[in-house]
Design a protein around this ligand. Sequence first.
Ligand SMILES: NC(=O)c1ccc[n+]([C@@H]2O[C@H](COP(=O)([O-])OP(=O)(O)OC[C@H]3O[C@@H](n4cnc5c(N)ncnc54)[C@H](O)[C@@H]3O)[C@@H](O)[C@H]2O)c1
Length: 271
Amino acid sequence: MGISKKEMSSRPTGKVSYDNSGRVVLVSGGAGGIGQAICEQFFRSGASVVCMDVDEKAASKLSKGIAFYPGDTSRESCCREAVDSAVEQFGALDVLVNNAAIQPPDSYVPLHELSQETWNRMVAVNFSGYTFLAKHAVRQMKQQASGVIVNLASGQAHRTARQVPCYGPIKAANVLQTMQWGVEYAREGIRVVSVSPGAIDTPLVAASLEAQGGGQDLANRHPLGRIGRPQEVADAVLWLSSPAASFITGTDLQVDGGLGAFGAFADPYPS
Ligand SMILES: NC(=O)c1ccc[n+]([C@@H]2O[C@H](COP(=O)([O-])OP(=O)(O)OC[C@H]3O[C@@H](n4cnc5c(N)ncnc54)[C@H](O)[C@@H]3O)[C@@H](O)[C@H]2O)c1
């Protein structure tokens, strides 16, 4: 996928200092990529974790002890059942991570070539799915008078490129969902935050590079000189959902190796 392993840092991963014992966490799209790292980090730090995903086969590779709910986030009934299943199994819902999103190859087109089918599916998963899961999570969190919702947005929520007429605008909407829900429930003990990753080494990015013909030097576009690891996004999610971030709500954190700070006018780094 055009990204050499030596460009990745040697930072040890998988070590978490947060204690999530007794907390119940629901992660959508937790069977692969960033969601999988989030499930595993929460699980390692003591949480009871439910992974909701459409990919049952991939979910079988999660650590034993992580519960699985097979479901499609674009269907509200599945979202309600996933929340109910977490509460029935573990008695509460402390953290929801809205992570499941898609970027199919046929979405890489200029606006005038976009099909209604592709648009509708991306809105259904990447936007409506976040709303449905949050709606049912909030019902439970209001009863508890506590909870945290973390939305996975994207660097593409903040700046854009050619041929992404769906993905970027919908990711921007994820940041506005974060702000609106954060404001709505601030007095009810519920915090809402989002993270906007730069390019992270996951199947979604591999497929995206392929759809764009390959050959991009993605690592070099990040001031840190490499793309990120799923665990590095998971670290940010764990911190934001911990009491250490108790005064943070309705806002977005860019976890992007400096990508967002790097101006288009700047001299490119030598390859
Ligand atoms: N990888 C990146 O570089 C990057 C950058 C910015 C933002 N993000 C965001 O981070 C999140 C995770 O991305 P990723 O790269 O790990 O993706 P991924 O494609 O590697 O994994 C996504 C997971 O979601 C699941 N999924 C897809 N549709 C679903 C549905 N309707 N219901 C339930 N599960 C579903 C998939 O089966 C898969 O397990 C997404 O919101 C994505 O937009 C990723």
